[in-house]
Design a protein around this ligand. Structure first.
Ligand code: ZN
Length: 504
């Protein structure tokens, strides 16, 4: 390999060479979102780190097996505090204003999971080898909890089954949270199970026969803890020992600390060799929050202006999000987005020149080697060198801009042959960074929330008016129109209600 692949490892707190268990292969697990609402750009910045890691490893010649999950049960509102109190995020989302438009919690999960995949494609994120869902791996989670109980790493109370942190002496090494009293302090205000033996212990299974999503287990009806799903799915699809595990920095503790403890207690072997975490994102210098109105989802930003969006080119958004190094705090600003939209225009123009005619790709091979890039090859090597050095995206982007400038300045009379090399180089750069051209067919982004543009409410009001005027043919026609939008209208004594149809 021309460049060693070097990444910062949260476990050792230093940049280290990636040394896969099996030479030439790379197993990689990246924690996906909890699908109780639209994922925001901060979530996507960490999915983008995973994507760039996969692209770089592939360009370096690794055969990558990439798993990223969908959490559709078990993530409690208080889970960030290591305790199993709080409420399941999916269930609480169903009770929210947006949630009322779904037939049930399964319907809500399916809707947001589909929307996630649509945003994923808009941002040119590469498809994982496998995208498992927590609810589809319940049996394995129950078996894992049973095994932890058998081995003395877990115990049962009236409320659930807990992992016994004291049974795993290495607990705390990943996050550096070694002090039990500090941990105790952090969960002090949370109402907790009085039978828990140690405040650090975390839930593997929560007993709850009233929960909206429940499964039968040896401990009665209930649902799994959040952390166990990732251990189980990572091991199922990638093996007991994996090469790299990634996520946002907020996952270091408790999620990854707990995942590591469970997995190693189960297998008796090291779980992930390399841990990669992406720093938080700020918006215009402030913490992103719904309350201050600076909370952005991908769809808000890329939807056309006439649909209430900001009309940003998705690849300009992608470029903005990767313009800062993943381990540094990142400040997202609309000025930066504008600058990248301008860069995107230049790239598109360079692509047009390099390919001879608009939209006519000169190359059929989308994985050109440096030999096809001729005089552009050193630029590609520099970009690959930057990316293999702990994903140095600012440097790699600078190289892209340099090459684009060269192509644009050679126009309108480029030297013969050079544009073929330039086209091969742009393809190589796209494989590495994913900002040169859209890679997926994407459907148009529709309204952000299930009825954010008020279209459904408008139709319902129109139908009410028609009914009041005894124009039943018109009222029925509107009901049919709503039906094609997958909306069920229910007339009740309290008035008209509507729901998204369940496709179960
Ligand atoms: Zn996870």
């Amino acid at each position: 390999m021309a460049h060693p692949f070097r990444l910062f490892n949260t476990l050792s707190r230093q940049v280290e060479n990636v040394q896969p268990l099996t030479e030439g292969q790379l197993t990689f697990y990246s924690c996906g979102p909890t699908v109780y609402s639209f994922a925001h750009i901060g979530n996507f910045r960490s999915f983008l780190t995973a994507d760039l890691l996969v692209r770089t490893a592939t360009a370096l010649g690794f055969d990558v097996r990439y798993a990223t999950n969908i959490t559709d049960v078990g993530h409690l509102t208080e889970d960030d505090m290591t305790d199993a109190t709080g409420e399941d995020r999916m269930a609480s989302a169903l009770r929210s204003k947006e949630g009322q438009q779904f037939a049930n919690v399964w319907d809500l999960a399916r809707y947001y999971a589909e929307e996630l995949e649509s945003d994923w494609k808009h941002l040119n994120l590469c498809e994982p080898t496998v995208r498992p869902r927590a609810t589809e791996h319940m049996r394995e989670q129950i078996l894992a909890v049973e095994k932890l109980l058998e081995r003395g790493h877990a115990y049962e109370t009236d409320q659930g089954v807990y992992f016994s942190v004291s049974s795993f002496p290495d607990y705390g090494r990943l996050s550096g949270n070694l002090d039990a009293t500090t941990l105790e302090q952090s969960v002090r205000d949370v109402v907790s199970d009085p039978d828990k033996r140690d405040p650090r212990d975390f839930a593997l299974w929560k007993k709850d026969d009233a929960h909206l999503m429940q499964w039968h287990s040896p401990w009665g009806w209930g649902f799994p803890g959040w952390h166990i799903e990732c251990s189980v799915m990572a091991m199922r699809y990638l093996g007991e020992e994996i090469d790299i595990h990634a996520g946002g920095e907020d996952l270091i503790f408790p999620h990854h600390e707990c995942e590591r403890a469970q997995s190693e207690a189960l297998s008796g072997r090291p779980f992930a060799r390399h841990w990669v975490h992406t720093r938080f994102l700020q918006v215009e210098g402030e913490k992103m929050s719904k309350r201050t109105g600076n909370f952005h989802t991908v769809r808000d930003l890329v939807a056309p202006k006439e649909k209430g969006g900001r009309g940003i080119d998705p690849l300009a958004l992608r470029m903005t999000l990767l313009a800062g190094h993943y381990r540094k705090p990142f400040n997202f600003t609309f000025n930066t987005v504008r600058a990248h939209a301008h860069h995107r225009e230049r790239i598109t123009e360079a692509l047009r020149i390099a390919n001879g005619s608009p939209g006519d790709a000169a190359l059929t091979d989308t994985h050109p080697g440096p030999e096809a890039m001729g005089t552009f090859a050193p630029l590609y090597e520099r970009a690959l060198g930057a990316m293999s050095d702990d994903l140095n995206t600012p440097e790699a982007l600078a190289v892209l801009f340099e090459g684009v400038k060269r192509i644009l300045s050679a126009s309108p009379s480029p030297p013969p042959g050079q544009m073929t090399e330039a086209a091969a180089w742009l393809d190589g750069m796209n494989n590495l960074l994913g900002v040169v051209r859209a890679e997926h067919e994407t459907t148009a982004v529709t309204a952000a929330a299930p009825d954010e543009d008020g279209h459904i409410d408008e139709l319902i009001a129109e139908r009410q008016k028609a009914r009041a005027e005894k124009d039943f043919a018109r009222a029925d026609a509107i009901r049919d129109e709503l039906s094609t939008l997958n909306i069920d209208v229910m007339d009740s004594p309290e008035g008209v209600r509507w729901k998204r149809k369940s496709t179960l």
